[in-house]
Design a protein around this ligand. Structure first.
Ligand code: BYC
Length: 336
C-alpha cells in the first residue's frame, strides 16, 4: 500500500524457458544480450527476458527479507549493550539494516512486483532469507562475531553486486556496501576490545567465533556444482563471481584477521596451500545448510513468528494511512 508498484503476472517456469515467441521478441533479446555483453545497465523500462526478471525478483526480494529478518538477532541485544557507545553503534547498525531492506524492496518493485506480494511470500514461508539469521545470539560477543564474520561475508558477496547488470539493484548495493563496511569494522573493534579484557571475555569471543564461523561460510550458498541459478545469473551479469570463489576470497581475507585478533578458527583442516595461493579449508556440513534453508534451523520458527507479529501489530498503521488517504482524496474532490 505504500507503493506505486503493481503485480505483473508472474508466469510459469515453462513459459520463462520457452524462449522468444516472435521475431520482434528475438530482436529484443539480441539487443538485451548485446547490452549485457557491453556491460551496460538494464533499466526498469527496458525489455528483458521473463526469466531474467523472475531471477532478479527472487534474489532481490530474498536479499531484502534477509536484511529485515537480520535485524532480529542483533535487535535482541540493544537493551543489553554494555556501554552507551556500543548501544548507539548497535542501534545505528540495526536501523541501517532496516534501510537496506527498504532500498532493496524498492529496487524489486521496479520489476513489477508489489511490496505486499513480497511480504506475503516472506510471511507464508514461500520466500527464503539467509540461513545465517536462524542461529541464536547467545552472548554479547555474538554481536561482534556477527559484525566481523557475517557482515564480512556479506560485503564479500555484495561488492560484486554493485556491478550487477540491473541498474536499480547495482545502485542500491553501492550505498549498502558502504554501510556494511562500517558494520564489519565495528564488529571487529568490539571483539578486539573484548580480547584485550579478561580471560572470561576472551573465552566468550572464542565461543562466539566457534559458533558463527561455519554458518558464515554457508552464507555464500551451495557449491557451484549444486548451485542451480548460478549459470543463468553469471550469463546475465547478475552474479559476477561464483559462490565457491567468493567463499574462498572470504576465507583468505579472514584468516589473517583471526590471527591479529588472537582467536582460533574452528577448522583443523585450515591450511595455507602454497600451490593454489589460497587457504584450504574443511568440509561444510551441507546437511545442516539444507535443513536450515528448509525451515529446520534453531530459530526459523521464532524469526518468522516475529515478522508475522510485527505485520499484525502494524495493521492499525496501515488502516490509518488508508483512511487518511481516502479523507485527503475526498477533501481534494470537494475543493475541486
Ligand atoms: N540462505 O542456486 P543458488 C546481510 C538458496 S543479508 C538461504 O546458489 P543463487 C546482513 C537459493 O536462494 C545477506 N538460502 O542461488 C543483514 C536457492 O533457492 P531458491 C543476504 C540460500 O541465488 C543483516 C538455492 O539455495 N545476502 O548481509 O544463485 C545483518 C540454490 O542456491 C542460501 C544476499 O541475499 C543461504 N545462505 O545464490 C547482517 C545477497 N544460499 O531461491 C548482515 C544476494 C543459497 O531457488 N544474494 N540459498 O528458492 C545472492 O548473492 C545469492 O542469492 C546467493 C545464492 C549467493 C545467496
Amino acid at each position: 500500500m505504500y507503493t506505486q508498484a503493481i503485480d505483473l503476472p508472474q508466469g510459469t517456469k515453462d513459459e520463462a524457458a520457452r524462449g522468444p515467441r516472435s521475431l520482434k521478441e528475438a530482436e529484443y533479446e539480441a539487443e538485451f544480450d548485446a547490452r549485457i555483453a557491453r556491460g551496460d545497465f538494464i533499466e526498469p523500462k527496458d525489455w528483458m527476458p521473463e526469466a531474467y526478471r523472475r531471477t532478479l525478483i527472487r534474489q532481490i526480494s530474498q536479499h531484502a527479507h534477509s536484511e529485515i529478518v537480520g535485524m532480529l538477532p542483533e535487535g535482541n541485544w540493544i537493551t543489553r549493550a554494555p556501554t552507551l557507545k556500543r548501544k548507539a553503534i548497535l542501534l545505528a547498525k540495526v536501523q541501517d539494516e532496516g534501510g537496506h531492506g527498504l532500498y532493496l524492496y524498492a529496487a524489486a518493485e521496479t520489476l513489477g512486483v508489489s511490496r505486499d506480494e513480497m511480504t506475503e511470500a516472506l510471511l507464508s514461508g514461500k520466500a527464503k532469507y539467509s540461513t545465517i539469521f536462524n542461529y541464536p545470539t547467545l552472548t554479547w560477543a555474538d554481536i561482534g562475531a556477527i559484525g566481523w564474520l557475517v557482515d564480512g561475508a556479506a560485503i564479500m558477496n555484495q561488492i560484486p553486486l554493485c556491478r550487477c547488470s540491473y541498474g536499480p539493484y547495482a545502485r542500491a548495493m553501492i550505498r549498502i556496501c558502504k554501510e556494511e563496511s562500517f558494520h564489519q569494522r565495528q564488529g571487529y573493534d568490539l571483539l578486539l576490545t573484548m580480547m584485550r579484557g579478561t580471560d572470561e571475555q576472551r573465552a566468550l569471543v572464542q565461543d562466539a567465533v566457534n559458533r558463527w564461523w561455519w554458518p558464515s561460510l554457508m552464507m555464500f550458498g551451495p557449491h557451484d556444482s549444486e548451485s542451480m541459478h548460478s549459470g543463468d545469473s553469471i550469463k546475465w551479469g547478475i552474479k559476477r563471481i561464483s559462490n565457491d570463489d567468493l567463499r574462498q576470497k572470504f576465507v583468505d581475507a579472514t584468516v589473517p584477521q583471526a590471527k591479529v585478533l588472537g582467536v582460533t578458527l574452528p577448522d583443523p583442516d585450515l591450511k595455507w596451500n602454497e600451490q593454489r595461493g589460497h587457504w584450504d579449508f574443511g568440509k561444510i556440513d551441507w546437511d545442516e545448510f539444507w535443513a536450515v534453508v528448509n525451515g529446520h534451523g534453531q530459530c526459523n520458527r521464532d524469526r518468522l513468528a516475529a515478522r508475522v507479529k510485527a505485520w499484525e501489530d502494524g495493521a492499525w498503521v496501515r488502516e490509518a494511512a488508508v483512511a487518511y488517504a481516502a479523507k485527503q482524496a475526498q477533501r481534494e474532490r470537494r475543493a475541486a
